[in-house]
Every structure is written in C-alpha cells, then in structure tokens.
Design a protein around this ligand. Structure first.
Ligand code: COA
Length: 335
C-alpha cells in the first residue's frame, strides 16, 4: 500500500524591517490621531521599508535565512518554494525566482501565489499537497508583502492599517497524524471592488492618468470589508469544526489574519475561543497582508507544543477567505 504522508511545519523564520512608523508620525501625515487608530484597529505601530532598493523578495530572503538557520539546513537542501504575495517585485518574473536566486536555493523551483491576505493559507495548502503526494520531501512556504509600495500615505482610510513583513515555514513529510489536516477555502470576485489596486495589471496598465488618479494604490471600503471578514472567517472556521468533528474546546490556539483587533475579537467571540488562546501581534506590525499568519506563527512558536491544535483563518481581497486546521508537530530545533 502507498505510504500516506502529511505535511508538518518543522522550522520557521520571520522578518520585519527595522524602521518603525508610529501612529504619532501618521498624525503628522494625515488627519488622524493615535487614540482613534488604537481604539478602532488595535495598531500601535507598523514596520515599513525605508530603502527604495529593498523589495518584497528581500524581506522574504531574510525570513528564509532565519528559517534555514532554525532548520540547520543549507539552501541547497530545499526542493520547492511558494511565495504568497500581492506586492511582487515585478509584474513579470516571479518573486519566487528572485528569492531562489538571492537565497541560494539552487535546487529549488518556485512559484508565486496571489490571494492577498488569504495568500499564505492558500499557499500552505498548495505546499502541503506537494508533500502529501509523496513527490516532495520539503517545501518552503512564504508570505511576504511590501505594502508600503502600494499605500497612498495621504489616504487615512488605508495608510494607518498596513505594514511590511515576511514569514516563512518549512513543510516536511511525516507519517504521523499531524501537520496540516484540513482546510475550507472560499473565493468570490464579487467583492473585488471593495478592496483593490485598480491599475498596474492587464485591465488598467499603469499610465500617467492612473498615477494621477492614484489608481496604483490600495483603495478600500473599510466597513464592507470589516463585516465580510468577520462573517467569512467565522463561517469557514465553523465548517472546519464540522468536517473534522471538533469544537472550539479542542482548539489550543487561534491564529487569525491580523487586519483589525476588533475583527479578531469578534471572530474569537463568535467561535467561543477565549482571547488567551488567540495570537495577536497586530499592535506591533499592523496588517502585513500575506505575512500576518506566518509572522504570528514565528513570533509565538515557543508557546506551541507538539500535539497542539491550531486553527488558522484569513480574509482578504477578492474576496478570498478560509480556515485551516493543523496539529503542531516537533520542530527540527526541538530537543
Ligand atoms: N483617523 C480618524 N478618523 C478616521 C480615520 C482615521 N484614520 N479613518 C476613518 N475615520 C473616520 C471616518 O471618516 C468616519 O467619520 P464620520 O463618522 O464622520 O464619517 C469615522 O472615522 C468612522 O469611520 P468607519 O469607516 O465607520 O470606521 P471603522 O470603525 O469601520 O474603522 C477601518 C475603519 C478601516 C479601521 C475598519 O473598517 C476596518 O478595519 N476594516 C477592515 C479593514 C481590513 O481588514 N482590511 C484588510 C483586508 S483583510
């Protein structure tokens, strides 16, 4: 009989730029105030790249370097890399190609996946499928975004929310009942007008007009996204419970996409998961799009122990949303 493999996370790496953009600095840039930002979003500060030469791939490469160090592996050991990003270095030439080159992943092939804030969850399942097929022994899955490249720092609706960062996980084969167990994902383009970068793609190529009209930046209808995010994340988490015959009491840790503290709290409440079990770092990093979940896993990895049940959930542009259920296994670095 063919061996059945699961994909488990065995090493992690994360990186945020050193430069801190505080709420007080934003007060100087747009009509806002720190008290409003903290009470409405939970964000106290975010990290942004302040060097024009630094791209999304550079954030990803730094996260990969930390992951390889954590894994005690050389870059030549990696077979595949998937980069979830909606801020690729280029429209053509995948960010994964650049990451393979800069990180020295000489034996890996790579591909990008774009599902905005849900990107990492989707990429995690794609990577896990390669391992579950038995054809790959390891895959690095990265969530990385340089949101500062597509933010209009004159738009208070969006500039207070987003930050830059990258997180990476190493997936490896296991025959144990652990690792990524299940997911429920949804994608529906009817939400696209509410959270979008209008220009720079094939429909609206960049032009002087798109630049002048600020169509190359993120635009968002916050209230619509807010409501849809709570509903979408709650509903897919509940579907995961049902499919796997588990309940909120079985969950040790909820790792939600970090878009707004009030969204996170509402999802936790709707699922009856107490706040002590919810991992939150939005106060320090803001919304780093595809990077929020891997950055959270990396930030809090010392709190997770083998056998813990983790529920990951995200919502993003598209709309795209979903939830993944995984059982934490031993990391390479564990004694
Ligand atoms: N500073 C001060 N006031 C602001 C502001 C800011 N940065 N942004 C908006 N306001 C004002 C509005 O103009 C509005 O004023 P009015 O009542 O006089 O019209 C008031 O604050 C309330 O605006 P509203 O849009 O209802 O605020 P909100 O509580 O919904 O918070 C967001 C706005 C953007 C923080 C919130 O809607 C949100 O987080 N949405 C989801 C964002 C998200 O998750 N995006 C990523 C994809 S997952």
């Amino acid at each position: 009989m063919r061996t059945r493999y699961n994909a488990r996370i065995t090493a992690l790496g994360g990186y945020v730029p050193e430069h801190i953009l505080t709420n007080h600095e934003l007060e100087e840039m747009v009509d806002t105030n720190s008290e409003w930002i903290v009470s409405r979003t939970g964000i106290k500060e975010r990290r942004i790249v302040n060097d024009a030469q630094v791209a999304t791939s550079d954030l990803a490469v730094k996260a990969v370097a930390r992951l390889l160090d954590d894994a005690k592996l050389g870059p030549d050991a990696i077979e595949c890399v998937i980069v979830a990003t909606s801020t690729p270095d280029y429209i053509m030439v995948s960010t994964a190609s650049v990451v393979c080159e800069k990180a020295g992943l000489v034996n890996a092939w790579g591909v990008d996946s774009n599902a905005a804030c849900s990107g990492f969850l989707y990429a995690l399942t794609l990577g896990a499928s390669l391992i579950e097929s038995g054809r790959y022994k390891n895959v690095i899955v990265i969530g990385a975004d340089k949101n500062s490249a597509i933010i209009n720092y004159e738009d208070r609706n969006t500039c207070i929310l987003f930050g830059d960062g990258a997180g990476a996980v190493l997936l490896e084969q296991t025959t144990e009942e652990e690792g990524l167990i299940d997911n429920v994902f949804k994608t529906d383009g009817c939400g696209k007008e509410h959270l979008i970068v209008q220009a720079g793609g094939s429909l609206n190529p960049s032009s002087i007009e798109t630049i002048n009209n600020k169509l190359n930046f993120i635009s968002q209808n916050g209230r619509v996204v807010f409501k849809a995010a709570i509903e979408g994340m709650t509903q897919t988490c509940k579907e995961v419970f049902k499919r796997n015959d588990i309940s909120s009491e079985d969950i040790d840790w909820l790792i939600p996409h970090q878009a707004n503290l009030r969204i996170i709290q509402s999802v936790g409440d709707n699922l009856n998961i107490p706040i002590e079990k919810v991992k939150i770092n939005i106060d320090r990093y803001g919304n780093t799009t595809a990077a929020t979940i891997p950055l959270c896993l990396w930030d809090f990895k010392n709190d997770f122990k083998a056998g813990d049940k983790l529920l990951l959930t995200a919502f993003g542009a598209g709309f795209s949303w979903g939830a993944s259920y995984l059982i934490w296994g031993k990391l390479r670095g564990d004694a």
